[in-house]
Design a protein around this ligand. Sequence first.
Ligand code: GLY
Ligand code: MN
Ligand code: MN
Length: 443
Amino acid sequence: MPLQTAPLPLAQLLQARRDRLAELYPDPVMLWSGQAVSRNFPANVYPFRANSHFLYFAGLPLANAAIHLEGGRLTLFMDDTSPAAALWHGPTPSRDTIAAEMGAAAAYPYEHVDHYRAESTTLPSQAKSNPDRSQALVEALVTLRLHHDDDALAQIERAAAVSVAAHRAGMAATPNATTEAEVRAAMEQVIMARGMTCAYNSIVTVHGEVLHNEQYHHTLAPGDLLLADVGAEAPSGWASDITRTWPVSGRFTAAQRDIYDVVLAAHDACIAAAQPGVEYRDLHLLACRTLASGLVELGLLKGHPDSLVEQDVHALFFPHGVGHLLGLDVHDMEDLGDVAGYATGRTRSDRFGLKFLRLDRPLAANMVVTIEPGFYQVPGIIGPARQSGQYSDTINWERLDAFQGVRGIRIENDVHITPTGCTVLTAALPTKADAVEDLVSGV
Ligand code: GLY
Ligand code: MN
Ligand code: MN
């Protein structure tokens, strides 16, 4: 579906969201932005990020603010900046100016929030309120935020475009970099220079087997694969989430390319199958079967791919789900537990191969999800599995030794589900091994 070219004025966009909330949840709601947390003295604060549920309806990244929503009407509670604060931080728009921008019906100093607390429902994480009403509010918010409006999609596209540029910069910087930190800096430089922030802590590592590695001190060796999971967040808060894995030397070894192509086949199979009505869990299982089948062809696994997946053998090398919801947060709405990720009546499986699945609902138009299969050799998983003798019929351990240098590969894209299929929002960044090599080598 074509996106709007001219964005709606903020007030109009927010009014539409508030009206939809009022249809789903007519009772009064209070949402808090959160407060900046100071580090050692009051003016030295940790980077502040407003709560995403607040942002969805308030549209502006305010701190120390609350909004009251009822019947589509918004009341803003926040204090005007004091002269003392303005001395250090500069002038800021007045409460009334901000209220007008978001289309508020009324605006009061923050302390007035107390007059509305008792009658309002809020999120369980924000304050105590009637648990049944909170649950109904959570379900209404999930219903709204699962399916993105045109403005949200345009914002995610903006963030995705900057992430694509950041990954290109990371690949181009690799030949002249000596450490992971230098490549990370080249990538985040692009995000910062475009006025965005990172949607999560960047992962830029030659130890891709550490799934959320946040260390950047390793030196880059010519035979290493570098895994970069870096995503920009637009000033409006909307996120993107991309992973690429590339050879430091600019050329995959034969073993690295073999596994890379298996992961890419799993990724491509999921993208080809993604459309409304398809169960996300089935995409995960499709990725698992495609991985298993590729690993059988390489002689690493033994047996029928379906049976290997049923036994969770593939999960020794792919110990996470194939992706998650994306929106105002990476792993969107996981602050609500599994309410957003799991359809009503569904709960997480105990199975090793399924318990890390973050999303188990049918896909629907205007959801945005990631597709991010991977292959990892995690010593804490592979070592005990080999020792146990349990997998002698299904894993060719000697053959695996030939792939020792392939510690971690992940390929991740952001996918907008359309009425008839899907659009890869991050498609401008190549995935094919040859094209990735060219970007690293500057060909
Ligand atoms: N960037 C975190 C993830 O891909 O899940
Ligand atoms: Mn992701
Ligand atoms: Mn990621």
